[in-house]
Design a protein around this ligand. Sequence first.
Ligand code: HOZ
Length: 428
Amino acid sequence: MNTTISGKMFEKAKEVIPGGVNSPVRACRSVGCDPVFIQKAKGSKLFDVDGNEYLDFVCSWGPMIHGHAPDEIVEAVRDAAGDSTSFGAPTTKEMALAAMVVEAVPSLEKVRFVNSGTEATMSAVRLARGYTGKDVIVKFDGCYHGHADSFLVKAGSGVITLGIPGSPGVPEDIVKNTISIPYNDEKILEKTLREKSDSIACVIVEPVAGNMGCIAPGKTFLQKMRALTEELGIVLIFDEVITGFRLSYGGAQEYFDVMPDLTCLGKIIGGGLPVGAYGGKAEIMDMIAPDGPVYQAGTLSGNPLAMAAGIANLRMLRRENFYKELNEKAEFFADGLTKAAESAGIPVTLNRVGSMMTGFFTPDPVTDFNSAMKADTDRYGVHYRQMLEKGIYLAPSQFEVAFISAAHTTEELKKAIEMTEWSFKKMV
Ligand code: HOZ
């Protein structure tokens, strides 16, 4: 595979962008190569600047659930752009999309649009603090809620990929109000919440962890969390930036039938355009300015291009059997990958929930941060490079998730399974 132009672009980018990238994992350091530069994409395929073609299992880290550049979304954005790209004023499009999101996500009564998942989570936490009058937040080791100060404690995604403990620049005074506890450990959860309920404003969780690889919640983990937070007057926030509109039209809360007080949503709403949202019970949401005292604002919030894309995207998601077919495809793919590992004699633990999955290079179950960290990341790096060479584009980190889109055909999935088996066998 020739990646000469990507290589040159990366060198040039490094002169003007830190690390040559606008988000750290993309630099591909943990998989031991340089990134390829993407020029365009259509359906399940990506095309780089050297003319190489890849079958895409990153899907822009989740949102491209219909594949890339579906006609409906492209047309909606094109039409909206002709009417101007920003007003910083109310529009009928944002009202229409808000109504669709409230109707879709079961626990939402009101929703506020922002521009990214990070904005959604930091705003939701401020709201929970304003609502309860308490300061402490509880999160889980290896979960990632964007890069706001309070969350950079034992965080997932790029933070574990690069193996950094936290981040300089985050004041001690802020993180002293963050408690991070193990995912899927109900005993520690109960002890922490009962002991400190007087100071805890909220618990924030990825209902399916998607930033230390894919990790499902234990059978009663979310239910227990809901019962405890309700009993102790703590706001429960589901960070559904990855799971929202991905696991089902109503997100993880519908999938597991557990209702949080607040929900954070991200990039998937806007079909990949920069958009996020947070919403929940009207009683809490009405605390936000201008109705209430909790401040949050943004010129680009409810941006007309993002709203137009979002409306088109959600309409497509409402098609009959959309999630059934997507999840069946994902099951077929995950089974194929498991068989490929068995046939090659490579120990892989395949975690899957709906159309998100991770193959961890470890023989042991992966249920939390510590078990995820046992995965052989060097082996993942070798696998990543071998697959890229064969035209299969995986996440450049053992601790991110592989996504399937509706555009992936069974034939393409079969091809990716064959390549996986080839790559695994080459490693033995
Ligand atoms: N934290 C993102 C994935 N969970 C990575 C975003 C990116 O590099 O674009």
